[in-house]
Design a protein around this ligand. Structure first.
Ligand SMILES: [Fe+2]
Length: 245
């Protein structure tokens, strides 16, 4: 295992939040900032790399969204950075990591939740570019899990429908849920009824990458939510999931 992967793994083991931050340069200082801004302007897409190498996958998406042969050198530099993050996440679990790029916003992400996969051990790295606010994270102890389960039992199907409507129509969550002011207020503030202490919430530095635990049949996940400020500016999100076992 590389020193970076070992350090990330140890930091995750020690973290009470179940999350670690990896500093990244500001978007303005990245050599592929113009490519990122061009992709951010194409709001609403999602691409899973599957078995494609980052360079190939970025080539396909850029050819299609921005035109053949555009931003060629920037594509290669961004692909290199994504490949390095994928290697790190792969090393954490000893398996090939899965990469996805997305520019859409799912309002369901405004609600505290854990990500879930079926494998035994899993971590997710999220690197949002061009978003105004950082992801919010809180410790498991700060969630009343009995209330959380009851809340999700009721709300999860509604949130799924809301995500689908926003993805299909691009409508605002404020408009679609104008008849649910209490829910909107919780999404704005993050103070859901199952959150025990709203003061015990950590914000990942905007523009930084972070790794959090994914819930599996054998490990707990990290509670997180997106910030309200991101709902109209989802940016370009690079999501790398390492899962194995
Ligand atoms: Fe999530």
């Amino acid at each position: 295992m590389s020193p970076d992967a070992r350090a990330a793994g140890q930091a995750l083991d020690r973290s009470e939040l179940g999350a670690v931050e990896l500093p990244r340069p500001p978007l303005d200082d990245l050599p592929y900032r113009d490519l990122v801004r061009a992709l951010v302007a194409r709001q609403g897409f999602r691409l899973d790399f599957n078995r494609l190498e980052p360079g190939e996958a970025l080539g396909l998406v850029c050819d299609q969204l921005l035109g053949p042969g555009t931003f060629v050198s920037e594509r290669a530099l961004l692909a290199q950075d994504i490949a390095a993050l994928a290697a790190l996440m792969g090393e954490l679990v000893g398996a090939r990591a899965a990469v996805a790029l997305r520019t859409y916003f799912a309002p369901g992400d405004l609600v505290w939740h854990v990500d879930r996969v079926h494998e035994a051990r899993a971590f997710r790295l999220v690197w949002p570019l061009g978003r105004p606010a950082g992801m919010r994270v809180t410790s498991r102890d700060n969630i009343d899990r009995t209330m959380f389960r009851a809340y999700m039992h009721r709300e999860h199907p509604l949130l799924g429908r809301l995500d689908t409507r926003v993805a299909r129509t691009g409508a605002d969550v404020e408009t679609l849920w104008a008849h649910r002011p209490a829910q909107l207020e919780a999404m704005r503030s993050g103070s859901f009824p199952f959150l025990i202490d709203p003061g015990q919430v950590h914000e990942i530095t905007p523009g930084a990458a972070s790794i959090h635990c994914v819930e599996t049949p054998s490990q707990p996940g990290t509670y997180h939510r997106s910030a309200w400020a991101n709902r109209h500016a989802p940016g370009l999100q690079i999501v790398v999931t390492g899962a194995a076992g």
